[in-house]
Design a protein. Structure first.
Length: 82
């Protein structure tokens, strides 16, 4: 951990910005979560399309819900910063 005065100032500024904006992840992590959310959304859409195309039973189609919730959670986290 860098203990130089410049690094301490930078950390203080980041903490103040996080407290002001009520976020606990930085922009880099938000971008990663946005990419992960979009990827999960694409996989979920493809899985849902396959299950509909293959006329899978209704209970098999329920497997789409956890993936949909996960992708939405990542996208919302990227948007809100929490």
């Amino acid at each position: 951990v860098d203990r130089s005065p410049e690094a301490e100032r930078a950390r203080t500024q980041l903490r103040q910005a996080a407290a002001r904006d009520l976020v606990n992840i930085d922009d880099e992590e938000r971008n990663r979560r946005g990419v992960a959310g979009a990827a999960f959304a694409v996989v979920t859409a493809l899985l849902a399309a396959f299950l509909i195309w293959s006329q899978a039973a209704w209970y098999s189609r329920l497997a789409v819900f956890p993936l949909m919730a996960l992708s939405y959670g990542f996208l919302l986290s990227a948007q809100e910063g929490l």
